[in-house]
Write a protein that binds this ligand. Sequence first.
Ligand SMILES: Cc1ncc(COP(=O)(O)O)c(C=O)c1O
Length: 371
Amino acid sequence: MTKDTLQTPAIILDLDKFENNLRTYQEAAGKHGKQIWPMIKTHKSTEMAKIQKQFGVTGFLCGTLDECEKLCDAGLDHIMYAYPVASEPSISRVIALSKKCDFFIRIDDPDGARLLNDAAAQVGAAVNYTVIVDSGLHRFGVEVPQIAAFADKMKELKHLVFRGISTHPGHVYGCTSANEVPAVAAEERDTMKAAAGALRAAGYKPDMVTSGSTPTFFDAVDDENISIYHPGNYVFLDVIQMSIDRAKEEDCALTVLASVISHPKEDLYIMDAGAKCLGLDQGAHANNSIKGFGYVKGHPELTVYSLSEEVGKLHVEGKTNLKVGDKIEVIPNHSCSTANLTDYFIGCRGAQVERIIPVDIRGNSTTKKAK
Ligand SMILES: Cc1ncc(COP(=O)(O)O)c(C=O)c1O
């Protein structure tokens, strides 16, 4: 089957580009003796995680406990949950994961930590953790001047095992041009160096120093302190990465295949893909530098200027050869959002459809667990 015969809209994964992205990041990490534990909330797919492992990743970072459990059930190991927990049933799930696999949680709050510790004590479990350090995103995280005192406070929680420190320089997505990115990477590196140094000076051993984002990866991969990197979006890349020169059109592996279904006005075409495929993201952290809702490959004259749920409007500037009935491929602004809007990726090699890859870790487990 070829791509041009597919029912539209279709979420296409270009396998060559995807594999190339995995290879490029893995080679850079390998060159500097670093590990990649990718953030898998980008694709929410067990099969994709297994492919990442084939390409050399040695662990995984997850955005939900569902993702952690699915990877653990699939026999994958070195699983880190990116965020703290502070309530049931999350606490019990973290303890169960700690018993089943080499699992790590992140902590930045002593009250939440105590809740987890007390529950672990009741069943005689030990939970590995890293301390979240704030490197500028100002979401989670202990600040460097407080890190040693935080570690001292955690010492009394005997069922929590200190393994190191973690951060995510997510404020890089506030950058509106490529030349702003290195300063964020420098902040990421400097913060982790200072945090690790402060902990060592206080007698702690932060064996794991983990950090990362796709935009800062190449500026931070040779850091002497960081040992594990957590890029997520690098598997697909997207318009947000293109806007800060972290990807080119030809690197983007995830696209929405759409048909042009109407041409109601001279400068207006309508496609059969809308917000339910492309999402409405235009950037994060108050960054609204991106024009439109995706980039139509090979058609710089088009802007995806408005999306309804199932259809989208394409505005033409200048001349176009577009016709009703044509198929077009749209690179989403934010590929993680597009991945979360489909049950499967259609894996293509060039024009050939090669395999269906299920997106099996979407949604959440609330209903399932409540039954
Ligand atoms: C804690 C954490 N680490 C890593 C990542 C991966 O970042 P990126 O998708 O920029 O590679 C994310 C993404 O949001 C994250 O929340």
